[in-house]
Design a protein around this ligand. Sequence first.
Ligand code: BTN
Length: 264
Amino acid sequence: MQAENYCAVEIEKNLSRPRKGKITVLETVDSTNTYLKSLCRDGLAKRGDCIIADSQTGGRGRRGKSFMSKGKVGIYMSVLLSTGSAAPEQISEITAWGAVAVHRAINRICNADCKIKWVNDLVCGNLKICGILTEMTKAGPVMGIGINVNGRQGDFPEELSGIATTLEEVCKKSFDRCEIIAAVLEELDILCENFPNGKDEYLSEYTENCAVIGKDIMIEREDEIKRGRAVGIDRNFGLRVIFSDGTKETVTGGDVSVKGFYKK
Ligand code: BTN
């Protein structure tokens, strides 16, 4: 197992390009997204600022789900992106750009061959290794990233068995979390430099690496679950689906979730 505790200086040592923004590492917090959003609200956060916690007591995912955030093993980080004032309806698109950025970082450092599960997860095989939650503030988008780095699949609680795994389990070796955090920060800085003009590049990388295209899935929305096949990604990173009754739809982020991909 690599170094268990880390600080901002160790992360900065791993950066291969200069960056703006302060890195703060906390031992524990309820949620790095909630914490960074409160700094934004109080006018205390600058673009590029990053909050990292060794553990979270109330890690949050999309659609009111919780995100397991155990100490010493995972990465729980939130960054105030400098994409300029993005409209609230662009959250889904920014999350998709974030998925491309984190995908690049993880594959560069861990060579894990992970893929993107529309819209905000990264998977190895059909098990989740990362989730992304973007929330809009007046200061800009706060992107929260949770990565299951070290530890074993068997360490997850029963409700996550068949759903989540770790990079250590996939790659059969443990990783220095500072290296992965630095790579994610670099890719998020590149994302911000490219947004919005580099859309074609991010869209084609998203599409090429999207794990659900060509798969039979279920779309869950409010009380409704519909079966269909994912057939592509549209210009706004929406998922193009042909339902079993023959109807076609492009589903967008918001309250929609893809089911039937994980084993459970
Ligand atoms: C999801 O799986 O739907 C998204 C999970 C996002 C988890 C990260 S961990 C860091 C940040 N803080 C949170 O409370 N959530 C995000």
